[in-house]
Design a protein around this ligand. Structure first.
Ligand code: SAH
Length: 218
């Protein structure tokens, strides 16, 4: 793995630098997030055949009909999630290959990540182990239920799009907590939900394209 971690070596560090420049041009400002994305080898999260494309600003296939999210969207969702200050616990629904998980785990105290496809979750666990990231707990389940035993969460980040926001996720937000979630079927919008003592504020951020949020486990 160490070879794969170094991977395409200097080339990968340079292309990652270009990815960071592009993120800045796209409006990402948080220096902490830019530093973490500069240091996290995205190429190890995709099949070797695709490594050379891993720093392009595009989603790439990771098997099982799923994709690794585009760097811009990872940065944007993380920036919006952390805009109110540091978070102690974050629930992530849709681990996928674990790239967003790895970025998040370096910026918050603890991540709880749920994935419905068993083999993808297994791979993600291995990648995070290789990167020596150990503040993440994983669960193989349908994220519609959230993770009630660990609630309330200061942050919730959903990386697959349901047609409606699952009620259990709203219930598991802490007061003052924030959730980023893409919603919709054909066209989707990224929503930022903030919970207050009196209710929920729902702000639409921008149009996005995510894989669908599905029920059950595989
Ligand atoms: N976060 C990933 C992107 C993963 S793609 C990244 O960093 O690139 C979205 C993931 O959500 C897929 O792996 C899919 O299997 C998962 N997913 C979809 N519906 C889900 C559900 N109900 N519960 C848990 N995971 C779900």
């Amino acid at each position: 793995m160490s070879e794969r971690l170094q991977g395409i070596g200097m080339t990968s560090r340079r292309t990652r630098g270009r990815m960071i420049e592009r993120l800045k041009q796209q409006g990402i400002k948080d220096p902490g997030i830019l530093a973490v994305m500069n240091d996290t080898p995205r190429h190890i999260f995709v099949d070797e055949a695709l490594s050379s494309r891993s720093y392009e600003d595009t989603a790439l296939p990771i098997g099982y009909n799923q994709t690794i999210s585009q760097p811009y969207i990872v940065a944007k969702m993380t920036e919006l999630l952390l805009a109110g200050g540091p978070l102690s616990n974050v629930l992530e629904i849709g681990t996928g290959c674990g790239y967003q998980t790895a970025v998040l785990a370096q910026l918050v105290d603890k991540v709880y990540s749920v994935e419905r496809i068993g083999p993808l979750l297994k791979k993600a666990k291995n990648y995070l182990w290789d990167l020596k990231i150990n503040n993440v707990s994983f669960q193989h389940s349908d994220g519609s239920w959230g993770w009630p035993e660990k609630a309330p969460f200061e942050g919730i980040l959903v990386t697959a799009a349901p047609s409606e926001i699952p009620a259990s996720l709203l219930q598991q937000m802490a007061i003052g907590g924030v959730m980023l979630i893409p919603v919709g079927t054909n066209t989707q919008e990224l929503h930022k939900i903030v919970r207050s003592k009196t209710g929920y504020r729902d702000e639409i951020i921008e149009a996005v394209t995510f894989v669908p949020f599905l029920t059950g486990r595989e």
